[in-house]
Design a protein around this ligand. Structure first.
Ligand code: TYD
Length: 209
């Protein structure tokens, strides 16, 4: 049985998830708990190889179905190799993107069937779902501008309308899973975003000590 605590951060590109995860990692460790930080796609040698395929701008012909299955494959490996063992070891796992990204990008923006992607991914993660998910909400135009255009990967190169569907999709997912997901306004200073996330997490994590 699972003993740790599984947290995921989600949101459109350029919302600042990586900065928040780094802060959360430090805050969890300061509490005296063991934390593990990982990301998707990737987080394992196999997952990183899949990531290279997924984000390579040369593969502009990749279908959304191929995309969904590759993200699920990377996720399956990450759960078996990294996330499940860490949770069994009592660790607090912080993951930069997870199953909700596949719902927002491949379903709401890409047009695949919700149930198909949901059940494929539940199978891929053997029902190892997050205890708590934070969606950092930001106008994708602002996020993509923060990223800059020159080094855009295959996903970032998709049209703005796609990224707007991603953002709306995340909000729809939050409504569907209100017991798990909290939406955070990311159009604020880093410190106040962190404080709000931490105000939800600290009480939940205190019981792990
Ligand atoms: P990454 O550079 O990790 O983006 P970010 O730093 O914004 O998190 O690239 C991941 C890209 O893959 C990002 O554009 C979102 C997309 N993605 C999906 O489309 N589906 C998924 O299931 C996942 C995990 C990511």
């Amino acid at each position: 049985m699972k003993r740790g605590y599984f947290i995921t951060l989600e949101g459109p590109d350029g919302v600042g998830k990586t900065t928040q995860i780094a802060r959360l990692f430090n805050a969890v460790q300061k509490m005296g708990l063991h934390a593990l930080q990982t990301r998707e796609p990737g987080g394992t040698a196999i997952g990183d190889a899949v990531r290279q395929i997924l984000l390579n701008p040369d593969y502009s012909r990749m279908t959304t179905l191929t995309e969904a299955l590759l993200y699920a494959a990377s996720r399956a490996q990450l759960v078996q190799e990294v996330i499940k063992p860490a949770l069994l070891d009592g660790k607090v796992v912080l993951c930069d993107r997870f199953i909700d990204s596949s719902l927002a990008y491949q379903v709401f923006a890409g047009g695949l069937d919700f149930d198909f992607v949901w059940y494929t991914n539940r199978a891929a993660v053997t029902d190892c779902l997050p205890d708590r998910t934070f969606i950092l909400n930001l106008d994708p135009q602002v996020g993509l501008q923060r990223r800059g255009k020159t080094l855009a990967d295959r996903m970032e190169q998709k049209p703005l309308a796609y990224h707007q569907r991603v953002q709306k999709g995340f909000l729809a997912i939050a409504e569907r899973f209100p017991e798990r997901i909290i939406v955070i306004d990311a159009n604020r200073p880093v410190e106040s975003i962190f404080s709000e996330i931490w105000s939800y997490l600290e009480p939940a994590l205190a019981s792990l000590r």
